[in-house]
Design a protein. Structure first.
Lengths: 219, 258, 332
């Protein structure tokens, strides 16, 4: 690829995308924030979201070409290494006084978190939310810093700060279906290159790197 | 002739550049829709949080900042360094200020407190970024009070405290008010340090600027409405400051000379 | 009468201010600017701390006391009126005005702000304000300096009367010898932080202790080498002329002659006056009903009638004569 593409990608892809394709311009943020920017005319070539609804919304608005699934993920509960609130199971986040940090609704991981809590009948844990962050990495940071007692992130995020946080698994039955989709932006000036980039993302090398980082296969 | 064209042309561009983004906000959304968006619960919650936290932060800044400025208005060894330290938050990126707040007041910070993620955290963040603005203006205001007038008050039997309240404060009033208004306006718009240290929770810590940011991702019109509200508030503050003739400095300036 | 006793030392830029002074009636401190005159007052008021020594009033040690605990009234050179208060509130700052406004003729200005007043009016307000405190000591810093020449004479007269009425120990500071002479009982000449002479105004004129004091009080000062001859001292001036004095001195001296001791004539009359100078009239200035005439290196003061009679306005050469008894010799 000679052309440098501008890739808007979900925050959870912050480490793996540059590993797959080092020489591009990346903008990582909450998928909904990126979508809003694209709606306002931001000059992106490719948009990768942590869910499918957002890219398909943009597709309906004619702002992107047809989105394609390219990877999957799962949620995990993290607590600071020192575990100040003594959390040992997901149910513990509903204990009174726990400082829970989650992403805001509209941010994919925020919606997924609320689905998990609903599935596990832990809706009242939302009373413990002290902050609604704008992307998953902010949730990660606050827990890693030790200021929050617990937070919900993707399992791939937890791996990037191994040592600073302890993870508590969420049983598969309670997990929502987390599918990432990618699309070429309609206003891209480098459509050919963008399409090629997307194709390569679906190719063996990229997929292997995704798996190595903890992402799940598309199935 | 050429020079005049250049000067006026440049100022036209300059003023236009500064005014356009503000005007554009109101041009994008019809006033009717703006007003109806204001009925939106997210907006009223954010307004309440902003007003409450800004008021408390402002009170804090005035109460603590005024004596600070009095002390720093005098000459003493190390004064320059101290003033530079006090003004430091002004030049730091707000996010850095937020990190600093964690490092100082976080659970694992220097003073282990449970302030993060609370309304008080918002007050702290706002006070940290707006305080130095007030202190800097207050120092200038106090320095501007003629030393001889202060000395006169002392020779007339008024001790330092009476002199401060009867002479220094009234004469510094204009500068202090300007500094306070500036600090208040800055505090209302504070984002980076707040979102870091206090997080964002509707009704608790989500201030107007934070609400703009989160609404931007959800409902652009609401974001516009909140932006318009912030602009209106800041403009009202500045206008109130500029149009109060009793607060103008110039009257006292030339009266002080014989 | 109570006395303000100043006896202290304080380092200033370039020299040390050190003097001992008792203020019982009105004392004026005069001298070149930056000699420490205002600093002297600030120490007396408590606005500056001496490095050594004390300020005592009527036996009470004021040295550790801040200004508000000393009973002083200080009138600043630029008056330092409170710009945000009207005249009445300014004056009443320290105490009830009680007739002071009337006495100083500012009652009609009670509601005015300082910015609206003239220089003379401001000075009276500043005085009234200081006096409202019923101070035991009055300190005046260059009381007439901020006034224009026209107002000055009038104000000087009023101020002199006021000081006489008040009978307070007063220390005033001025760079103008004439003001000092008009207002004070004693005048101290302060140069480089030290008192050269402290005496009644007339004594300073009659017996200046050195060249500086003499020229400061308005005398002519010439330079020369002195040696004794017979009963008199002969002084050879720079240009070779010789003058004689009844004072005794040797070596380099300052020769002091007061303008009013110099007589002018178109012809040289032989009389007991031994000192004669012949020179061109270079300037003639009227001062009231007297005339100051510059003749060579000397300034003479004669009556307007004499000036008329001699036709001094036309210039030309005259003889300036003065007696040996009117010729002082002072160290340089």
């Amino acid at each position: 690829m000679n052309v440098l593409l501008t890739i808007f990608a979900a925050a959870s892809l912050t480490n793996v995308f540059p590993h797959i394709a080092p020489k591009e311009h990346y903008s990582f943020a909450g998928s909904n924030a990126l979508a809003a920017q694209i709606q306002q005319g931001a000059p992106a070539d490719v948009f990768a979201s942590a869910n499918t609804s957002i890219p398909f919304q943009l597709y309906d608005q004619g702002l992107v070409e047809k989105p394609v699934l390219f990877t999957r993920n799962q949620l995990v509960l993290i607590v600071p290494r020192s575990n100040p609130a003594n959390i040992h199971s997901v149910a513990d986040v509903a204990k009174p006084g726990v400082k829970l940090v989650v992403a805001a609704t509209g941010v994919p991981v925020g919606d997924y978190t609320r689905t998990v809590l609903k599935n596990m009948n832990l809706g009242n844990a939302l009373n413990n939310v002290v902050s609604n962050e704008t992307d998953v990495r902010e949730v990660l940071a606050k827990v890693a810093l030790g200021e929050a007692d617990a937070g919900f992130v993707y399992v791939t995020d937890a791996r990037t700060v191994r040592g600073k946080v302890a993870t508590i698994g969420i049983r598969w039955a309670a997990q929502p279906r987390v599918s990432y989709a990618v699309a070429v932006v309609s206003t891209s000036r480098h459509k050919a290159a963008a399409r090629a980039w997307v194709k390569a993302l679906l190719g063996k090398t990229a997929q292997a790197k995704l798996r190595a980082a903890g992402f799940l296969p598309v199935k | 002739m050429i020079r005049r064209i250049v000067v006026f042309g440049a100022s036209f561009v300059g003023i236009g550049f500064l005014v356009l983004p503000v005007v554009a906000i109101f041009a994008r959304v019809p006033p009717g829709r703006l007003v109806s968006q204001l009925g939106n619960g997210a907006v009223t919650d954010a307004l309440r949080v902003s007003v409450e936290t800004s008021a408390v932060a402002q009170a804090l800044v005035l109460l603590v900042g005024t004596p600070t400025a009095v002390v720093l208005a005098r000459r003493f060894p190390g004064r320059e360094l101290l003033v530079a330290l006090v003004e430091l938050p002004l030049v730091l990126p707000p996010a850095v200020a937020g990190i600093g707040l964690f490092a100082a007041f976080g659970r694992f910070g220097l003073l282990h407190t449970s302030i993060p993620f609370t309304k008080l955290a918002v007050v702290f963040a706002v006070a940290l970024v707006s305080g130095p603005l007030y202190v800097r203006a207050a120092i200038a205001a106090f320095e501007g009070v003629d030393e001889n007038i202060v000395a006169a008050s002392r020779t007339l039997g008024a001790g330092p405290t009476r002199t401060f309240f009867r002479v220094v404060l009234p004469l510094a009033r204009a500068g202090l008010a300007a500094g306070a208004a500036l600090a208040l306006a800055r505090g209302l718009g504070e984002f980076g340090a707040t979102i870091m240290f206090a997080g964002s929770l509707r009704g608790v810590t989500e201030t107007l600027p934070l609400a703009v940011y989160s609404e931007f991702n959800v409902n652009f019109d609401t974001a516009l409405a909140i932006s318009a509200l912030l602009v209106a508030l800041s403009a009202a503050l500045l206008i109130a400051l500029k149009w109060r003739p009793s607060l103008s400095i110039s009257r006292f300036r030339f009266a002080a000379s014989s | 009468m109570a006395t303000l006793a100043l006896d202290f030392a304080l380092p200033l830029r370039g020299f040390e201010l050190s003097l001992a002074l008792d203020v019982e009636r009105t004392v004026a401190l005069v001298g070149p600017s930056r000699a420490g005159k205002s600093t002297e007052q600030r120490v007396a008021a408590g606005l500056a701390r001496p490095a050594r020594g004390s300020v005592r009033f009527d036996g009470e040690d004021w040295t550790p006391l801040p200004p508000e605990r000393r009973s002083v009234g200080l009138v600043f050179q630029d008056y330092a009126l409170f710009p945000h208060l009207d005249v009445r509130r300014n004056v009443a700052y320290a105490g009830e005005p009680d007739g002071l406004l009337e006495r100083l003729r500012i009652a009609h200005l009670a509601r005015a702000k300082p910015a609206e007043l003239s220089g003379g009016e401001r000075q009276r307000v500043a005085l009234a304000r200081a006096l409202a405190r019923r101070p035991k000591v009055l300190l005046l810093d260059e009381p007439l300096a901020a006034l224009d020449a026209h107002t000055k004479a009038e104000v000087r007269h009023e101020l002199a009367e006021l000081l006489r009425e008040l009978r307070l120990p007063t220390l005033l500071v001025t760079h103008d010898y004439e003001d000092a002479a008009a207002l004070a009982d004693e005048v101290g000449v302060l140069v480089d932080g030290g008192l050269r002479q402290l005496a009644a105004p007339s004594e300073l004129v009659a017996q200046p202790r050195d060249g500086f004091v003499a020229s400061f009080t308005g005398a002519n000062l010439l330079h020369g080498e002195a040696h004794a001859t017979g009963g008199l001292t002969q002084v050879q001036l720079g240009d070779g002329t010789c003058v004689y004095s009844t004072d005794h001195a040797t070596g380099p001296v300052g020769v002091v002659v007061y303008p009013w001791d110099v007589s002018l004539a178109r012809e040289h009359a032989d009389d007991s006056a031994l000192n004669v100078l012949r020179a061109e009239v270079t300037s003639v200035v009227e001062v009231g009903n007297r005339v100051r005439v510059r003749v060579g290196p000397l300034t003479a003061e004669v009556t307007a009638a004499s000036a008329q009679r001699l036709g001094l306005r036309d210039g030309g050469r005259v003889y300036a004569t003065f007696k040996a008894t009117g010729t002082r010799l002072v160290p340089l």
